[in-house]
Design a protein. Structure first.
Length: 587
């Protein structure tokens, strides 16, 4: 997908600036007023020198008028100084607000993206893109307030004032400044594609970094540090090259600028001497011209940098804006109702689903689970068991057919109400880097400490929590890394107990537990299943013997279903699985 245009980036910034429009207007007005005041000062300097060079001898009068002129200079510089002085804190306040809003928008929008989005984007890059968007805004806002406006006011203002004294000088200055701006612009646009490439590479570097760090165990396990270094060195080298090129192009532009400035200075003063010799300019006019040339150069020296920063800011912003512009994969329909689950009947009706165009998981898939029924899904790895769960939770949209809960199509109810009614203990639970207590409370955020501890006991978490010096206040590390797989599963079970939703799904919920712990938890789980429609996915067949019905899946199809007794009695996948597993025990 092509990156969004500058216009779209501006729209996004505009949307966030809009709530503060009066404040921004005030800041801009103050900055313009300040710049204009500074531009008026040289006019008084012209008078100052004209008075000095006038025919009158030194007298009280002259001194008084010189001091009068100086006071005016002071006054206008003072106004400029004052305007600047209060505009800056206001502008700081304004932009910090907008930047925080931008980060919040990015955060909320990203969290509403679908599972496929997260499958295709690196965590590290996403984090970086959100931060970059607000920084890009900061650069642009700074550029407008402290570069663009001063340049605009100084260029237009000085040329206007100079034209009163000499249209020739004004014309020549305007022409050469035009050339200056044009060259800057052309170089900057030419450089743009390198800037965009640099931003993309920068994100890739972050992605590679994050992926390697996440996989640090694999790196050690497979002694692949050299290999990973190779990958990282290659990509950082690409970034380095493009960075250097980008800097060099910027410097080239600066060098050309200096050259043009020297020429402007010479040409303007040369013409001024001519005009003075013809009596058309006064000594004061030299002061005026010098005043404006100094101001012009000081400001337009920033032009190259401004154009460069502007484009870089756009390039930086685009990556995040692209994400903000990408429609959410799974959305609530406009007329979405709240899901009501009085019974808990689940129906998959002629469902087609593929993760990508080429990866068909389900074709004409049917499944019916009666209210309060306890169903087990078994089948080889990759047969689509977890996918069923994901579809029921509407983590992905299906391509054809319907999934219904109590006769309500899940695509027509709100995602929040759907997910509130389903408690899932996932195959590989991930935890927040927060305390154990907070992680468990995630199942019911208004639960009291007592309720959480009660659930923890039922899930047999207390056994390991009580051994930790900080107990329930222990932090669990990123993704829950400081806990064992079985401990994480028990926390996920405690969450499900707290959530107490009418539909319960256990996706290999006890696969990481030893047989003893599993047997202990089994009671809690059976309690939890009471009065709930339950789907249990398990490889360990011993855990599913008590289910009402067992469904055997293979390659996205339910190939057999029935009670354990019925299934072991006939030839098929189930019997084979059972024989393999029970052999181990018999032997
Ligand atoms: N995010 C994804 N993107 C693309 N393909 C996927 C994705 N998740 C799963 N698949 C594919 O879909 C198929 C079904 O996967 P699923 O996770 O449902 O299997 P499973 O039956 O739960 O297996 P297991 O017993 O190993 O957990 C597999 O071929 C898998 O490679
Ligand atoms: Mg699975």
């Amino acid at each position: 997908m092509a990156l969004p245009s500058n216009k779209i980036v501006l729209k996004v910034f505009g949307r966030h600036l809009w709530p503060y429009k009066w404040l921004s207007f005030l800041v801009l007005a103050a900055i313009i007023a300040g710049e204009i005041s500074h531009l008026i000062a040289p006019i008084y300097y012209k008078r100052f020198f004209d008075t000095l060079a006038g025919p009158n001898a030194v007298s009280e009068n002259i001194i008084a008028s010189l001091i009068g002129i100086l006071v005016m200079v002071l006054l206008f510089h003072g106004i400029g100084w004052f305007m600047h002085g209060w505009a800056i804190p206001v502008s700081n306040y304004l932009h910090s607000k907008v930047m925080a809003d931008l980060e919040r928008t990015g955060f909320s929008y990203i969290l509403s993206h679908s599972s496929s989005f997260f499958g295709n984007n690196f965590t590290g890059s996403l984090v970086r893109k959100i931060r970059r968007l607000s920084r890009a805004y900061e650069d642009l806002a700074d550029g407008v307030e402290f570069r663009f406006l001063p340049i605009l006011v100084t260029v237009v203002g000085s040329i206007l004032v100079i034209s009163y004294r000499s249209t020739l000088i004004a014309g020549v200055t305007a022409g050469m400044l035009g050339l200056f701006i044009l060259i800057n612009y052309v170089v900057a646009v030419w450089k743009l594609k390198y800037d965009e490439k640099r931003a993309t590479l920068d994100s890739e570097v972050t992605g590679v970094l994050a992926d390697a760090i996440t996989n640090n165990v694999n790196v050690r396990l497979f002694t692949s540090k050299k290999h990973e270094q190779g990958i990282f060195f290659a990509i950082t080298e690409q970034l380095r090259k493009i960075q250097t090129l980008s800097w060099n192009l910027g410097e080239l532009n600066q060098t050309i600028q200096f050259g043009i400035m020297i020429v402007i200075e010479f040409v303007v003063m040369f013409i001024a001497i001519k005009l003075w010799s013809q009596g058309q300019l006064t000594i004061g006019d030299f002061a005026l011209l010098q005043g404006y040339l100094v101001a012009l150069f000081a400001n337009i020296r920033q032009l190259g940098r401004m154009i460069r920063d502007t484009y870089e800011a756009f390039a930086d912003a685009k990556e995040m804006v692209e994400i903000l512009e990408e429609p959410h994969g799974v959305t609530d329909s406009k007329s979405a109702q709240e899901l009501e689950v009085p019974h808990g009947e689940i129906v998959f009706d002629n469902v087609n689903f593929s993760y990508r165009k080429t990866r068909h998981v389900f074709k004409n898939f049917d499944l019916e689970i009666k209210p309060k029924e306890k169903v087990a899904l078994v089948g080889p790895s990759g047969s689509g068991k977890t996918t069923i769960v994901q579809l029921l939770l509407r983590f992905h949209n299906i391509q054809r057919g319907q999934i219904r809960i109590d006769d309500q199509v899940i695509a027509h109810v709100t995602q929040d109400s759907l997910r509130k009614n389903i408690a899932l203990v996932p195959q590989d639970p991930i935890l927040f880097h927060r305390s154990l207590m907070e992680n468990m409370r995630y199942g019911k955020r208004d639960a009291t400490d007592e309720e959480v501890i009660e659930a923890a006991k039922l899930a047999h978490c207390d056994v390991f929590v009580n051994k930790l010096p900080e107990g329930y206040d222990t932090f669990v590390g990123e993704r829950g890394i400081k806990l064992s797989g079985g401990e994480r599963q028990r926390i996920a079970i405690a969450r499900a107990i707290l959530k107490n939703a009418p539909i319960l799904i256990l996706d290999e919920a006890t696969s990481s537990l030893d047989s003893h712990s599993e047997a202990l938890i089994q009671d809690a789980l059976e309690n939890l299943m009471k009065n709930k429609t339950t789907i249990v996915i398990a490889h360990r067949l011993s855990t599913i013997l008590k289910m009402d019905r067992i469904m055997v899946m293979d390659s996205g199809q339910v190939v057999d279903s029935g009670t354990h007794k019925k299934l072991v009695a006939k030839e098929g996948i189930y019997k084979k699985l059972w024989e393999i597993q029970s052999e181990g025990f018999i032997a």
